[in-house]
Structure formats: structure tokens, C-alpha cells
Design a binder for this molecule. Sequence first.
Ligand code: JET
Length: 247
Amino acid sequence: MRIDVVSIFPEYLAPLDVSLVGKARAKGLLDVRLHQLRDQAHDVHRTVDDTPYGGGPGMVMKPEPWAAALEAVAPPDGEGVPRLIVPTPSGRPFTQELAVELASEPWLLFAPARYEGIDRRVIEDAATRMRVDEVSIGDYVLAGGEVAVLVMVEAVARLLPGVLGNAESVRDDSFAPGAMANLLEGPVYTKPAEWRGREVPPVLLSGNHGAIARWRRDQALRRTAENRPDLLERLTSGDVDKHDRAA
Ligand SMILES: COC(=O)COc1cccc(COC(=O)c2cn[nH]c2)c1
């Protein structure tokens, strides 16, 4: 997979050089390229923002530098077309389901905005050439979309074949389909069996895999009821299809 990120703070994406994503790049599983938006702003101050039409606080990112940056990354007459992802508080929610969908894309192009956002015409113009998704990682406002890019790249990269070693697993993700679909992860334990007077739940040491699976599902249901009752409604309201519930 190829990933391009255009930003006025490419150094914000430095964490993509380390750990999971860094290893994936070193293995050739991911080709991550960073681009400085200001390289496409040709006035002496390399201006990328201006005051908003209609008034209001803050600044808006100008269309010309962004259009030039997107075209420099993905020339209209070039090979292939990326899927453009724009992090924004007003986007569709980023979920494990969307991460799985994005993990099957050959080429992602991220456009993290700063200030109050990017001139709407950039999105409209890009959408004539490529698929554009405006995506929110949560109901809060960041100073820029770079952190959201880090979140999405990590969530997608860990799903790519060969990225996670055998030690980690994707299958058991709490949002992955199956018996634990749409439930939060329950508690996890490792050695020692007793620590500061606290014992590991005996069922986990019993070797009784059926009992262990039942205990884990019960714990997941409890934690979901406590922290995310909205997810339980999905389970009980039937908008999770029969297959998922039966599994
Ligand atoms: C067309 O889209 C845009 O112009 C993007 O506009 C903005 C405006 C303010 C902040 C951001 C950065 O993203 C977030 O804050 C964000 C993403 N997820 N949750 C919070 C982006």
C-alpha cells in the first residue's frame, strides 16, 4: 500500500517512522510519502491560508496550494488514482469497519487541515477525479488533522498482511466480526498468577476452553453495558444480522 500525506507540519507525522508502521515500511509493506503543502505556495511568505468569506473567526486554507499539492502527488494524467481522506470533526465516524475497508485500498492520500479547514471547492474539485472521504476520529476539535492521520494510518497498517507479528492478533479485535462482534474487550491477565494479593480469575487457569470463552463473553458484555450501552442496543435491536449474533 502507498500512503501520501500533505501537511504544513510533516514533522507531525514522524511517528510513522517508528514501531509498527516503521517496521512495515522497512519490510516494504507500506510506502509512506510526506509532502510539505507550503512547497506549493509560491508567494514570498508561502501563504496557505486567508480570511474566511462571510466573516467569522480563524483562517481558511486557500484552494490553490492544496489543488497543486494534490495534483503533484496524483497527477490527473498519472497512473492510478488514490482515495483521498480528509480528517474533520464533521466527517463520517472512523470505525474498525472503515479501517478494514481502507486496508484494501492500494493508495491512500491524506489531507490533514489546519485552521478552520480547507476551502470547500478543493474537496468538490478533487471528487471529480478521486473518491473523497471526510472522516472524523471523534467528537472533538483538534488544531489540525495530522493526529487523526496517525490514528487512521496505525489502525489500517496493523490490518495489512505481514505487519503484525504472530504475537499480536487481529482476529480477536473487539470490533472484529464473530461471537464478540460489537463488544468491548474484557479484562486481560498474564503472569504472575497472584500479584499484590490479587489472583487471576481461576477460570482462566482451568484449561476449560468452553468455560473460558463463556467467561470472556460475559466480561465483554458487562464492560460494554457499563461503558458503551449504545453498542448493546445494536446487538439487541437486531441491526446486527442473525449471522453475527449466532456466531
Ligand atoms: C474539508 O475538511 C476540512 O476542511 C477539515 O476541517 C477541519 C477543521 C478543524 C479541524 C480539523 C482537524 O480534524 C479534527 O479536528 C478532527 C478529526 N476528527 N475529529 C476531529 C479539520
